[in-house]
Design a protein around this ligand. Sequence first.
Ligand code: PEP
Length: 249
Amino acid sequence: MNPFFILNWKSYPASQEDILPLCAALADWRARVTSGTVVMCPPATLIDDTQKCVAADERLASVLIGAQYLDADAKTGGLTPAMLRAANVSAAIIGHSDRRAQAGETNADVRSAWQQAIAHDILPIVCVGQPAPDGSFAGLREQVLGAFEGASATDVAQCVIAYEPVWAISTTPGARVEESADIVRAIQVIREELRGATPKAILYGGSVTGASVSNVLSSGAVDGVLVGRASASPDSLTELHEALTPFFS
Ligand code: PEP
């Protein structure tokens, strides 16, 4: 397996000073562990500073820089694929639940965004997840069907899908990592709704920490993790690295 580790720093780092220790922790880990795909997704204002960290440390040479969202069309505050490519960004989180809830992103927006990402050689990391625990996974099915309506198997093969149950994301009060059995079932649901198409990878995201990541990856259902809060502080990032190492060796 080619495991994925996506670091979604959200808006936790505010300045270059905040990202330097994160880049240093990641560089120490990548000096020991070189396999897999690692994507750092800084806030848009820190993309340039993150690029500088990567350029200054060859241990980070294999690490990709990703955006936290991508807009298919030009708009105030937008981040278009052309802007991202010009900033040497090579991946983008698309359809994160924060963007769906706060920026009103719809499945149609998500669809346009991953299509545009592919057209600009940007790796789309498409987030899907039901808003509340739901045994029928109806909300998840609706998002997968909507986000990939009309997609060919070739399109889907170029996308990473991140399963992120909204209630498990750490900024939700009472959030906790989803049970392994439920993750396994949700990934089956995603595969069912993709009707035979196979994405580049399927990841889990939602309250993953160094303490829980082995359990998530040992389920065997996912190809990696998308981590928010725990990836954005040097201590919790280092704990994550230790727990991720066996899966990246
Ligand atoms: C996220 O926001 O994509 C996420 C997975 O966050 P956290 O790990 O903090 O739950």
